[in-house]
Ligand binder design. Structure first.
Ligand code: URA
Length: 239
């Protein structure tokens, strides 16, 4: 593989950024300074260092992102910021979000380039649970809890699958909702069918993944070792 492509795939930067870095002479291949991006490297044999730091080639990348409101889950958008304006690691341009959150929804968003992992989390047959915190324009009621448990007609061919609604005992306008599907605007439409509007929505969990509350809004990080174990477990269908 070409050195510039290798460096870009290791997340050093875009090809043009890599070109500039190479010009500074801070990149070595097996201890010898490399100046030309066209040079060939064997990604699993050669030791490539940038500013003395060895680069490791990772075929797959996994990030947890704390999505703020006001950005869309798309690679490009003519009007709004996209999640990728917050994730400059997308140097090779193959990252995508595992599912979508609405423009005004905050919270847990997983970003990867591993399609098989994403499939295991998104496929309807896998029933992966997602938990949301919602603030409503009026208090939820025990009847709403029952309706959620029975599944709700939101104008689709079938009712939603049974979902859990739990009401904050000190403030009925704050609820937690757990669903195992991912229909368009599903949480908002389920609440709307109960006569309430969602005025704030935040995703807290997706399957085994829990939003790392130490991540500020708009921040992201690589998966931890434990989360990488979940990836392996999902891909072997143990989870
Ligand atoms: N349900 C919604 O209504 N919006 C989201 O962003 C996610 C789930």
């Amino acid at each position: 593989m070409r050195l510039d492509k290798f460096m870009s795939q290791c997340g050093v930067g875009t090809r043009s950024e890599v070109k500039k870095i190479l010009k500074t002479g801070c990149v070595t291949i097996n201890g010898i300074v490399a100046g030309d991006g066209k040079q060939q490297v064997k990604e699993n044999e050669d030791v490539v260092c940038c500013q003395g730091r060895p680069l490791t080639y990772e075929a797959f990348e996994y990030y947890m992102f704390h999505k703020p409101a006001g950005c869309v889950c798309a690679n490009r958008d003519a009007v709004h910021e996209t999640v990728f304006s917050y994730v400059p690691m997308n140097a090779r341009g193959d990252l995508f979000t595992v599912g979508r959150l609405d423009l005004d929804t905050e919270g847990l968003l997983l970003i990867t380039n591993d399609g098989i992992f994403a499939h295991h989390l998104l496929s309807p047959g896998k029933h992966v649970e997602k938990c949301y915190l919602a603030h409503l324009n009026q208090p939820a009621t025990p009847e709403d809890v029952l309706r959620f448990a029975q599944g709700i007609d939101i104008g689709e061919q079938h009712r939603t699958k049974p979902a859990q609604l739990s009401i904050d005992p000190t403030d009925g306008t704050k609820v937690r909702i757990t669903i195992a599907e991912g229909m368009y605007h599903q949480v908002k439409r389920m609440m709307h069918a109960c006569g309430k509007e969602v005025i704030y929505l935040k995703r807290l969990t997706m399957g085994a993944f829990v939003l790392d509350e130490s991540l500020a809004l708009g921040a992201y990080r690589k998966f931890t070792e434990r989360e990488m174990d979940y990836v392996t477990e999902y891909k072997s269908s143990y989870l």
